[in-house]
Design a protein around this ligand. Structure first.
Ligand code: GDP
Length: 183
């Protein structure tokens, strides 16, 4: 539909940001997705700024430049430069710490302040492997996501559950939004 021969070889580059409280697993979600690595003792302050992952959608090369706060949130609010130009966001909490879920509305507000309201957003309940000490129910996560119009997924950066899926849903949604606009 709508794709012409001129579209072939076209490339897309989208910025995606990961936000959420300290130690919810943002850096590990990114390293699991981009490098298939996990670090049990990662220091939130030592992080790379972003990693790029390439996907093929409709025969087109779609690059996601995924940004990690690299611990900025520990000391002060994340700067507006972090959000600038973002087409998508993963807003992460830790299913074993309810305080990280309680912070989500604040993160959503911050995101709304600094970015376009039409960006693709996913609420991510990370550390799904810690089911035995779960403090936030699946229903709570789902219900907040529904109210706020967000995609929702529970993930584990530790055992890889749904990590690729979560990022790819956001990337595909951005691609669909953009290609709809272009057509
Ligand atoms: P960030 O501060 O949000 O970037 O969090 P990190 O990625 O640095 O992770 C904080 C801590 O949580 C580290 O000790 C990680 O090993 C641990 N962690 C991250 N993701 C998971 C996960 O899915 N399951 C478990 N059990 N631990 C995790």
């Amino acid at each position: 539909m709508g794709s012409s021969s001129e579209d072939e070889g076209e490339e897309y580059l989208f910025k995606i940001v990961i936000i959420g409280d300290s130690a919810v697993g943002k850096s590990n979600l990114l390293s699991r997705y981009a490098r298939n690595e996990f670090n049990m003792h990662s220091k939130a302050t030592i992080g790379v700024e972003f990693q790029t992952q390439t996907l093929e959608i409709d025969g087109k090369e779609v690059k996601a430049q995924i940004w990690d706060t690299a611990g900025q949130e520990r000391f002060r609010a994340v700067t507006s430069a972090y959000y600038r130009g973002a087409f998508g966001a993963l807003i992460v909490y830790d299913i074993s710490r309810s305080s990280t879920f309680d912070s989500i509305p604040r993160w959503l507000d911050e995101l709304k302040t600094h970015s376009d309201t039409t960006i693709a957003r996913m609420l991510v309940g990370n550390k799904y492997d810690l089911e035995n000490i779960r403090a936030v129910s699946v229903e709570e996560g789902k219900s907040l996501a529904e109210t706020e119009g967000l995609f929702f997924m529970e993930t584990s950066a530790l055992d890889s559950t749904n990590v690729e899926k979560a990022f790819e849903i956001v990337i595909r949604e951005i691609y669909n939004n953009v290609s709809r606009k272009v057509l």
